[in-house]
Design a binder for this molecule. Structure first.
Ligand code: DX5
Ligand code: ZN
Length: 216
């Protein structure tokens, strides 16, 4: 499968949000990645459901919603109501992960579990068969523009091995510090979806940058 590109709106110009989303609509981007933070699970606050609801009428790409919040299971119906395609919950924020994943899928959304950089992929052995995607954080979540954690490449390869060994088609998405150089190595290691925030939105020509990431 050709890899997918999911630009992260966190690095967009929020004064020009509609134009930024229209730029994504007219680009080769496959999804739009949306980062929700609560100031508790991560040391930052981004945007919430009113913003997602507003984007819903403009955004033509599937919305990949990444919840960096405690107790994400409380907001499954709010996320579904935004029309989201994929709901990502953090492993570290979910005590009853199987119940949460089941409830996400019951709404019709795809279910993804996100791992912080220190959380090993082996902890997914008994849940991966129920997941549509695993999101590996390649920075500590909370901010755009951080330095890529090198160990993420090896971790991607280990997750690829687990998925292939079990004969699953679970997607692997990587988020944080993705650019043309890290992106290439991540795809070689087995990544299916690359999230890119600052590399896309802070570039002189974001449409071309998305095209370049897609061409890797
Ligand atoms: C970080 C977010 C990312 C962020 C990535 O907590 O989950 O999606 O936007 O930004 P870059 O691509 O700039 O590292
Ligand atoms: Zn994210």
């Amino acid at each position: 499968m050709k890899h997918l590109i999911a630009p992260s709106l966190l690095s967009a110009d929020f004064m020009r949000l509609q134009e930024e989303v229209e730029m994504i609509n007219n680009s080769d981007a496959d999804w739009l990645h949306l980062d929700i933070m609560d100031g508790v699970f991560v040391p930052n606050i981004s945007f919430g459901f009113p913003v997602l609801d507003a984007l819903k009428s403009v955004c033509k790409k599937p919305m990949d919603v990444h919840l960096m919040i405690v107790e994400p299971q409380k907001f499954i119906h709010e996320v579904a109501a935004t029309g989201a395609y994929m709901m990502n919950v953090h492993y570290e924020a979910s005590t009853h992960l199987h119940r949460t994943v089941t409830a996400i899928k019951e709404t019709g959304m795809k279910a993804a579990v996100t791992l912080n950089p220190h959380t090993p992929v082996c902890l997914l052995e008994d849940i991966i068969q129920d997941l549509d995607m695993v999101l590996l954080m390649s920075v500590n979540p909370g901010f755009g523009g951080q330095r890529f954690i090198e160990h993420s490449v090896e971790k991607t390869a280990r997750l690829r091995e687990m998925i292939d060994r079990k004969g699953l088609n679970t997607l692997i998405e990587i988020d944080g510090g993705v650019n043309l150089e890290t992106g290439k190595r991540l795809i070689e290691a087995g990544a299916d979806v690359l999230v890119a925030g600052s590399f896309v939105f802070k570039s002189p020509d974001p449409v071309q940058t998305i095209k370049d990431l897609k061409a890797l």
